[in-house]
Design a protein around this ligand. Structure first.
Ligand code: 5GP
Ligand code: MN
Length: 340
């Protein structure tokens, strides 16, 4: 173990453990369209809690993407997302991971807010959030929520076995884009090193997460990249998922993970955007930035959120309407943010 914790963090981690130690039926949940960090953090925490003798299930507002099924191999009954509302109603303690805002809990938002039970929040987003009161373990400076789960284990002397380590490694690897993004701090790699020390195999985890794609994923990527528009004068580039493409290629929104890195990779681009139509006449806007452009501020002003270099928002309207609005705002934002 190579990391140390501040006294404040240690205390907060112990408060979380005290709350969970008193619980009889713990439900872990994360944001809609759960990603590697949300799921890895849930699975890692579930292993830790089971080892402490707690009863714990996972109940997410939308289904687990198939490429993360491997996380559940050694915990077959753990994922109750198909009956998530029932699980939340049964919980005597809820843990919300990788998000602080009840609006991103989809159908579970009202259920979580309506229960009179402790709601623990473990998250690395900057937004203050709208969850009911409960112990908080929040730190926007860490790369992934999985890093916070590791800190909670360290602070409470909970042993980290290979199953826990694998899940938390997935969390770190996915939220840092394979330890490439600017959120990859020395401490992130120290935590990753501690996880590898347990004996997990990084290549097999990489293959599980990234090299088990359905044929539709590269086809969806190709169709989406066809739509690329670049405005070098603003440092702006965007792509749009063609209407119905996700269904046509038999994939899920999770298969769009990483697509926005392509417009972002163009020399001179400071803001890259992916537009996707959601089912209910709403458009999902994924924002990625380079250098000192802060997309969290941009997204927040529109009712969304995220991190300085990766943020998002969902807006009502047609694709044409939302694109016109976002692109106008983006050009203005970029004009006011010099690239120094
Ligand atoms: P992505 O573009 O990969 O969906 O999300 C990037 C980051 O932005 C994530 O950390 C996520 O929490 C945040 N984000 C994405 N969409 C939304 C949204 O609709 N609302 C809020 N508050 N945050 C979002
Ligand atoms: Mn995360």
């Amino acid at each position: 173990m190579t990391i140390t914790l501040t006294d404040d963090k240690r205390k907060a981690a112990q408060e979380v453990a005290d709350t969970l130690g008193a619980a009889r039926y713990i439900v872990l949940t994360t944001h809609v369209n759960p990603d590697g960090d949300g799921l890895g953090s849930e699975v890692g925490l579930a292993h830790l809690l089971r080892a402490q003798g707690r009863t714990v299930v996972i109940a997410n507002p939308t289904p687990t993407p198939a490429r993360f099924d491997f996380l559940f191999r050694d915990l077959p009954e753990l994922d109750r997302s198909r009956e998530a509302v029932r699980a939340i109603r049964k919980a005597d303690t809820i843990v919300v991971l990788d998000i602080a805002d009840s609006t991103r809990l989809g159908v579970l938002g009202a259920e979580v807010s309506g229960r009179q039970v402790p709601v623990v929040c473990i998250d690395h987003h900057a937004s203050p959030g709208t969850l009911p009161a409960g112990p908080r373990f929040v730190d926007p400076s860490v790369a992934a929520t999985g890093e916070l789960i590791y800190e909670i284990a360290v602070a409470n002397d909970w042993p980290v076995n290979t199953s826990t380590a694998r899940a938390l490694y997935v969390a770190l690897m996915t939220d840092t884009g394979g330890f490439r993004f600017s959120n990859t701090h020395p401490r992130t790699l120290r935590v990753a090193a501690d996880l590898l020390e347990t004996g997990i195999d990084p290549e097999s985890i990489y293959l599980d997460v990234y090299a088990t794609a359905p044929e539709g994923r590269p086809r969806l990527l190709a169709a989406t990249l066809e739509t690329l528009v670049v405005e070098p004068e603003y440092g702006l580039a965007w792509v749009t998922v063609p209407p119905g493409a996700i269904e046509r290629y038999g994939v899920t929104p999770d298969d769009l993970d990483g697509v926005v890195e392509h417009p972002r990779s163009i020399s001179g681009v400071r803001l890259a955007i992916l537009f996707r139509e959601l089912s209910q006449g709403r458009i999902k806007v994924s924002l990625r930035s380079v250098g000192d452009v802060n997309v969290a501020t941009f997204a927040h002003a529109l009712g969304g959120g995220g991190h300085a270099k990766a943020a998002g928002v969902a807006l009502p309207g047609t694709m044409a309407e939302v694109q016109a609005m976002i692109l106008t705002a983006a050009r203005e934002y970029l004009s006011n943010t010099n690239g120094s």
